[in-house]
Design a protein around this ligand. Sequence first.
Ligand code: CUA
Length: 332
Amino acid sequence: WRQLSLFGLLALALTGCGKDELSTLKPSGPVAAMQFDLMKLSSAIMIGVFIVVMLIFTYVLIRYRKRPGQQGIPKQVEGNHALEILWTVIPFLLLIVMAIPTVTTGFELHKEYSKEEALQVKVTAHQFWWEFEYPDLGVATAQDLVLPVGKKVQFHVTSADVMHAFWIPALGGKIDTNPGQENKIWLQADKTGTFYGKCAELCGASHALMDFKVEVMDQAAFDSWANGMKGVQAAEPVAATAASAAQGQEIFNKSCLGCHAVAGKGGKMGPNLTNFADRERVAGILAHTPENVAEWLKDPQKVKPGNNMPNLNLDDAQTKALVDYLQTLSVK
Ligand code: CUA
């Protein structure tokens, strides 16, 4: 019973994976649809094989059971050419049936699209966050991937530290992001809305927390977002006006700007924060509320163990000032 209830709990936990925006079973783009077709085909074949094998097994169990009065070992049968050929040819044919669509889909998914055909996005994985750059648009962001609907996106993926894997279950994937190497994958979203992405390669203490958001919008909204980002990132950071935010900006410039960029200034060690206030989540995982931003700033290791953000040992007033400043970082 204990094992059964554990199993039940596990099943319950797994139902959490059934969210549409995080499900491979509800594809929202052509790549995910092709991958889902392969899953359906191989699952159908596997289920078919399982059923046939179990039927034969059950038949044999009943047909050749020991009957009352039976003595000694039954007649032993060795070798049957017809049967042996049959059970070699059937799996061979089944493998062919799976291999043909798998290989053709594989080639389809590995097509590379030029910048005339697809939006180019460079993805860099870090412990434990995601950096997204649009080289042709002059835009860099982190944690929130913004995409136009119905358009091919050619991703160039790599890693700044260890191996991670880039995966947006509802759109397709996944692909390893390896340091010193560029892998490519194309994806397309066919509906607008919010999807979620995951790191799919064990990469350290906070691997499970290495999520990102994918916001798919129509082309006009995407263009206006990109133009807004581009304008801001070509300029110097704006001076905060409110007293507390201005104090926060001072702390930020002193302690954070070395690693985090805002507008056209700052380091690349940590996530670009130009549009921080527009993000739905803090650190990729917490709901974006001032309380959660404060919690993150007070003890980043508590929220995301093993990440590279140092504890700045801020007092409450400093934390509040910094939170106030971060809330001014919007391009909307
Ligand atoms: Cu990055 Cu797991």
